[in-house]
Design a protein around this ligand. Structure first.
Ligand code: FAD
Length: 381
């Protein structure tokens, strides 16, 4: 039993210990709040999205405009967080400037990249450079020979997702937060339009505020609040390959039709990912392995002789309506908040979302407006 008294033990209970929950907890704890994070599994474990992520962090992840601004803020915050988390927790999140190359396999794709995509990056203040086939071969020796060229964006970043989410949790704990693992939230107690306590598999947690960051399970958890949010699971299968000795290493994040490869500090090339609507089916399948192997060989043919180190999956929190991911106050409940539905870009925007939501929850004006993300736009019930 956690708590069995009417005494408030937490200023804030965070439901779900993925990047959204842990980033919000980190910034709240840094501002002095007493925070309890409740995570049903271990932080970063399968089948949640955060530990599974390829963790490509780049400007174009955020499109349209309000998301683009969040992505830019997040990249700045991540640059600051990486050394702070290392110092506080000893965990290196492997924040790196890798650069991205978008491959063109036809002159039509080349035209599209050189005009439309280069302009999108330019609008975000990001430089890009067109590489012809010969220059591309020198810059990225792992790329296939038969490409027309590629668009290089030198400023794109990456990190190592399992370490990032664990470092956020450990960093929050170092700032005084409590992180409960293997404990499930099972319901809420509400009085007079406010949540007074969170019910868990280990007992009740009286609280001043609650934030739902339950990823793909947000649809389920939000129904317990009487406010259904349209967020459900999308399975992403992903694979790490270790190149054979003598084969060229993938040096940049390489994008092509159907997916990407991102190099990691341990020498592996991570190839992703599938986008499947199969409910909460957490299996890694034959289809997934074939999809990923075909993709790897299309983008970096030298990986043919690589060893398969690991194949895994995660459930992306998929927003089931055409809207921006809900971040803010749950309508009709004075002290309940949500941050969810970030699909394939959640790691990228996580630091900004956590920081802005913590500002809102503390009664401050967020440094970037969260109005476009108002959960009232997508909630039902
Ligand atoms: C294969 C793959 C590749 C990806 N690549 C990228 C990428 O390159 N760049 C990028 O920016 N993003 C990427 N993403 C997306 C990114 O990982 C997600 O958007 C992000 O991690 C979502 O974080 P979250 O905290 O909302 O959800 P989650 O990480 O799923 O966390 C939610 C947590 O809530 C917990 N929870 C749920 N219900 C309860 C309950 N009742 N009680 C207690 N705990 C509960 C869950 O166990 C889970 O740990 C990728 C995702 C996948 C799957």
């Amino acid at each position: 039993m956690l708590v069995d008294s009417a005494e408030r033990v937490a200023d804030v209970v965070v439901v779900g210990g993925g990047v959204m929950g842990c980033a919000t907890a980190y910034y709240l704890a840094e501002a002095g709040a007493r925070v309890v994070v409740v995570e049903q599994h271990r932080v970063g474990a399968m089948p949640s999205a955060s530990g599974a992520s390829a963790a490509i962090v780049e400007a174009l992840a955020g499109n349209p405009e309000p998301l683009a601004q969040q992505a830019q803020l997040s990249r700045r915050l991540l640059g600051e967080l990486a050394p702070r988390l290392l110092e506080a927790t000893g965990i290196d999140i492997e924040w790196q400037r890798l650069g991205t190359i978008r491959l063109a396999f036809s002159s039509r794709e080349a035209d599209m990249l050189r005009t439309h995509v280069a302009r999108l990056y330019g609008d975000l203040g990001e430089e890009s450079e067109w590489l012809g086939a010969a220059e591309l071969g020198r810059a990225e020796p792992a790329a296939p020979e038969r490409v027309v060229g590629g668009l290089l964006v030198p400023s794109s970043n990456g990190l190592y997702a399992p370490k990032y989410v664990r470092a956020l949790a450990a960093g929050s704990a170092a700032l005084g937060a409590t992180v409960l693992q293997g404990v499930s939230v099972t319901g809420f107690e509400t009085h007079g339009g406010r949540v007074s306590a969170v019910q868990t598999s280990e007992g009740r947690l009286p609280c001043g505020q609650v934030v739902v960051t339950a990823g793909s399970w947000t649809g389920v958890v939000s129904r317990w609040l009487g406010r259904a949010l349209p967020v459900g699971p999308q399975r992403g299968q992903i694979m790490a390959l270790a190149p054979a000795p003598g084969q060229p290493r993938v040096a940049h994040v390489v994008h092509g039709p159907g997916g990407y490869i991102i190099p990691k500090a341990n020498g592996t090339a991570v190839v992703g990912a599938t986008h499947e609507f199969v409910g909460f089916d957490a299996r890694v399948t034959t289809y997934g392995m074939k999809f990923l192997a075909d993709l790897a060989l299309r983008l970096a043919p030298g990986l043919e002789t690589a060893s398969v180190k690991h194949v895994w999956m995660g459930f992306r929190p998929n927003l089931e309506v055409d809207a921006l991911p809900p971040v803010g106050r749950v309508p009709g409940l004075g002290n309940a908040f949500v941050a969810s539905g970030h699909g394939a870009i959640g790691v990228t925007v996580s630091a900004a979302v956590g920081s802005l939501l913590a500002q809102l929850m503390r009664g401050e004006e967020p440094e970037q407006s969260l109005a476009p993300f108002d959960p009232a736009k997508v909630v039902s019930g």
